[in-house]
Design a protein around this ligand. Structure first.
Ligand code: NAD
Length: 493
């Protein structure tokens, strides 16, 4: 892969071009505190240039047959696979997660490219002859036009792919704004997009932060926007974009409960719960951050999860054997440690304390070891805040009904998991839990690319979700044609 310039360039109309930004941010390795590059905080004028390019490209891209459009995605799949290790290293360096976690997220990105390669079938409409005598009705899907994708920091490789492959396979053109904290991964992926030979203007990259987002929301040419990030920003983006008349899908934050019934396989449950709570240092929107034991599960689960948390190997994600990396920024570490202190002040028992962690050789890194707070009050701030770090809050309840009531009392609805051997309990949970992604004996219920990523409540604003058929619907508008073609025009109708 070609070396990238510092500061990073935007990619507009098939060319790498400097942003008009006057402000640059350092992109910092969260494990070493070393600056990797600088990212420009692009301006409204950069978004304008990208929107003009994307609008110009749309005219001929939408007439390119779907079978021809997906050929670029086939190339992209092979390029992503060929560059998997290098891209995974980049994700680890700028985002902090382990090399294995970085590779896993890219594999999920590739899976979305593969699903979007089915667009010649997925994008088909439907029809019915003789809705009245001699009259036929046809539903056609057409692309919406220029689309934009705004991404968070925690999955720099995967999240834009919940949208991008579908957007362009359906005949739209697109502008991507990665998180300014982790822009390198997408910059490298754009080198691969360029290498596919995609026509200029079909995909565009604009680095930056709030000013770029606001320019996208207000831009008259941009028709549909996909956003992933924290709930307050998701809500802001959703409301403002909708007020500007755009089609919006905005995924927000989460506080995911994981319920353990007494009949659960405790060894499997603990292993999976620990991976869910502490994997990616808890910086996953599908991280289980509230574990609830029911009845007798209390003692066995508490002891096992505590020892699993204590034994987790924390360090730099590129070093072998490391199971958990740092959190993204010093500010994030400070905030998470503050929330742990607040939990203690609110009456929780500090079962495992991961604060004040120093990793030898990486003393400047933003490390926090796994932390467990027990007997957390459901009404406390710590129970109701998305901590987004390796902190598990533990509660003990008496019945599955109490546990489901707790799940449903939260304002988020991204994911809820149940661990049990009982089919009846599993069905009750699946039926009653108010969350869009449900795990039964699964700790990170991340839908595969051919299913929608279904957040509910404050975890999602909009209607159609990312991935799968929802993505195809989001990136197309339906047109219904009612036709009469008489053989005999002299007849009265
Ligand atoms: P964030 O909300 O801070 O940033 C997300 C995007 O919004 C970034 O591109 C950022 O530049 C932009 N942004 C930030 N502040 C803005 C503002 N005031 N106005 C306009 N744009 C702004 O989120 P983050 O910290 O990068 O990511 C973590 C959050 O994302 C967590 O809450 C996590 O749960 C959530 N997330 C959700 C999902 C999901 O599928 N529901 C997936 C991944 C992450």
């Amino acid at each position: 892969m070609v070396h990238l310039k510092t500061p990073l360039l935007n990619y507009i109309n098939g060319k790498w071009c400097p942003s008009q930004a006057t402000e640059l941010l350092d992109v910092v390795n969260p494990a070493t505190a070393q600056s990797l590059t600088q990212v420009p905080l692009s301006l409204k004028s950069d978004v304008d240039a990208a929107a003009v390019a994307a609008a110009a490209a749309f005219t001929s891209w939408r007439t390119t047959p779907p079978t021809a459009r997906v050929q670029y995605l086939f190339k992209l799949k092979y390029l992503l696979e060929e560059n998997l290790d290098e891209l995974s290293r980049t994700i680890t360096m700028e985002c902090g997660k382990t090399f294995a976690e970085s590779k896993a997220e890219l594999e999920r990105a590739i899976e979305n490219v593969e699903v979007a390669c089915g667009i010649p079938m997925l994008m088909q409409g439907y029809n019915l002859e003789d809705i009245a005598r001699g009259i036929d009705e046809i539903m056609i899907r057409q692309p919406v036009g220029v689309t934009a994708i705004i991404a968070p920091f925690n999955f720099p490789g995967m999240i834009p792919f919940w949208f991008l492959p579908y957007a362009i396979a359906c005949g739209n053109t697109s502008i991507i704004k990665p998180s300014e904290k982790v822009p390198l991964t997408m910059a490298k992926i754009f080198q691969l997009l360029e290498a596919t030979g995609l026509p200029q203007g079909v995909v565009n990259l604009v680095h930056g932060a709030k000013e770029v987002v606001d320019a996208i929301l207000e831009h008259p040419t941009i028709r549909a926007i996909s956003f992933v990030g924290s709930s307050p920003i998701a809500h802001y983006v959703y409301s403002k974009g909708a007020a500007y008349g755009k089609r919006m899908q905005c995924q927000g934050g989460a506080k995911n409960p994981l319920i353990v019934l007494p009949d659960a396989d405790m060894e499997m449950t603990t292993r999976i719960a620990a991976d869910s709570a502490f994997g990616c240092a808890g910086q996953r929107c599908l991280a289980a951050s509230l574990a609830v034991t029911v009845g007798e599960a209390r003692h066995s689960f508490t002891n096992a999860i505590a020892s699993s948390a204590q034994n987790r190997i924390v360090g730099y994600g590129l070093d072998s054997g490391v199971e958990m990396g740092p959190v993204i920024t010093p500010e994030s570490k400070y905030r998470i440690e503050g929330l742990i202190a607040q939990g203690i002040d609110e009456g929780a028992k500090l079962l495992i304390d991961g604060r004040n962690t120093k990793i030898s050789g990486y003393e400047e890194g933003n490390f926090i070891r796994p932390t467990i707070l027990e007997n957390v009050n459901p009404n406390s701030i710590v129970a109701q805040t998305e901590i987004f770090g390796p902190v598990l809050s533990l509660m003990h309840l008496d019945t599955i009904e109490d546990a489901i009531a707790l799940v449903n009392s939260g304002k988020w609805g991204n994911m809820a998991c149940l661990f049990t051997r009982s089919g009846a309990a599993a069905r009750q949970f699946r039926y009653e839990a108010e969350a869009g992604n449900i795990g039964i004996n699964i700790g990170v219920a991340a839908p595969m690319a051919f299913f929608p990523f279904s957040g509910w409540k404050d975890s999602f604003y909009g209607d159609l979700h990312g991935q799968g058929r929802d993505a195809v619907e989001f990136f197309t508008q339906t047109k219904v044609v009612v036709e009469r073609w008489p053989k005999d025009w002299s007849r009265q109708f």
